[in-house]
Design a protein around this ligand. Structure first.
Ligand code: NAP
Length: 307
């Protein structure tokens, strides 16, 4: 069984930063991910709030971060982590779908995944007009009309991306104000291809045997029900933590977000958590990167005193 000083689970911006810091402290560091490095950055078109770049494509920033980790000597391990346990000597054992590894310290950076609407038709039409990623699927809707559901940063920034690709974007939101950053709101309200349907809940996604054709909605103020025709639905109603795997470690709150202190320490010595999977208020690339630096440095200190 291969052993490491530090194993980082998840190769998003937080995980890559943690791995970079730990490797630069001359530790043996592995970074495990079941997919390509970059996490949600790969689904993001333009990033405009990461200092140093007035604008950069998500996959390009991923690649730059990854190259930093490679240069520092981090070993990228492709694997789907199935179980994490801690033995009586404080070694952390990680079982992936293909191997077993052990480390003195573990940094959890597994992020979050898209919340589902949970309405009839959502699963049935997934990949047939229902999507959670404008950058991945927007091009299929060139010249068509699409709907974005939600009122946060994702719905509005990805709605703006879709407005560039498609003919029209209708943002359907269950309230009458957005929670997205003001700069995104201003841009969206000025964009002639974007319009807004307020106080509206999606009850069902409908379509023919091949593809989505519309959504059945209800107005929360008037109770009026109607069908809105659309070729595609992009759902951006928030995220859920990827923490089911750590349930038995007892490090999450009741909603599954991992609890840490300001040093990114969970209640298990040598187990740190960072980025979107952690309970915190602001989930951004910058905050994931900040968490990663802190955890990488603190993992170094933990490993130095490990015996
Ligand atoms: P979010 O901020 O949690 O917003 C989710 C939106 O969906 C909210 O408007 C929410 O309504 C609505 N919603 C929640 N459940 C719903 C339901 N069942 N039916 C209909 N609508 C529902 O999620 P997000 O926009 O994906 O952003 C996640 C995190 O990533 C945030 O911290 C965000 O700042 C960050 N992010 C940042 C950027 C950027 O800086 N450029 C880009 C993307 C994401 P309410 O408003 O009523 O709660």
């Amino acid at each position: 069984m291969e052993t490491y000083d530090v194993l980082v689970i998840g190769a998003g911006p937080g995980g890559m930063t943690a791995a970079l810091y730990a490797a630069r402290a001359n530790l043996k560091v592995g970074m495990i991910d079941r997919g390509i490095y970059g996490g949600q950055m790969n689904n993001t078109d333009d990033i405009e709030n990461y200092p140093g770049f007035t604008s950069i494509k998500g996959p390009d920033l991923s690649e730059k971060m990854y190259q930093s980790t490679v240069k520092a000597g981090v070993n990228f391990i492709c694997g789907d982590v199935q179980e994490v346990t801690v033995d009586s000597n404080q070694w952390k054992h990680i079982k992936t779908d293909s191997e077993e590894l052990a480390a003195k310290s573990v940094i959890i950076a597994t992020g979050s995944t898209n919340k589902k609407l949970g309405v009839p038709g959502e699963e049935e039409f997934s990949g047939k007009g229902v999507s959670y990623c404008a950058v991945c699927d927007g091009a299929f809707f060139k010249g068509k009309q699409v709907t974005a559901i939600g009122g946060g940063d994702s719905a509005i920034s990805e709605g703006l991306y879709l407005a560039n690709v498609t003919n029209k974007v209708n943002v359907v939101h269950h309230r009458d104000t957005l929670r997205a950053q003001q700069v995104l709101q201003d841009r969206a309200f000025e964009n002639p291809k974007m319009n807004f349907t307020w106080n509206t809940i999606v009850e069902k996604i409908i379509g023919d045997e091949n593809h989505v054709t519309g959504i059945e909605v209800v107005d929360t103020k008037t109770n009026e029900k109607k069908v809105i025709n659309t070729d595609g639905i992009f759902i951006y109603i928030g995220n859920l933590p990827n923490s089911q795997l750590f349930k038995r470690l007892n490090i999450t709150d009741s909603a599954g977000w991992i609890l840490t202190n300001d040093d990114m320490e969970t209640n298990i010595p040598g187990v740190f958590a960072i980025g979107d999977v952690r309970k915190k208020r602001l989930r951004q690339i910058t905050t994931a990167v900040g968490d990663g630096g802190i955890a990488g440095q603190n993992a170094y200190e933990y490993v130095e005193n490990f015996n």
